[in-house]
Ligand binder design. Structure first.
Ligand SMILES: [Zn+2]
Length: 83
């Protein structure tokens, strides 16, 4: 049994079986009744401080890892051009 499902609740704290936004329990609960992906999206819309910090962290990482960043962008472009 996965560690994040005590008492069969996806989130015992919120007493819910799935993420409130995407209705799946594929990812572990993160916070506010949401999985990590939905929480990230929610924060992106609602948490300016978090967004600013994330963006500056991403920018710093990009600066320190230009080759990795290029690889990611190449992959993303491939995916985008396919569909
Ligand atoms: Zn979700």
């Amino acid at each position: 049994m996965p560690r994040y499902k005590p008492n069969n609740y996806w989130s015992p704290k919120y007493r819910i079986m799935t993420c409130l936004v995407c209705w799946t329990n594929e990812r572990p609960h993160n916070a506010k009744g949401m999985c990590s992906r939905c929480l990230g999206r929610w924060r992106w819309k609602n948490d300016e401080k978090w967004k600013a910090r994330t963006m500056s962290l991403t920018a710093a990482w990009r600066k320190n890892n230009p080759d990795k960043w290029k690889a990611i962008m190449r992959k993303a472009n491939k995916k985008f051009n396919k569909s």
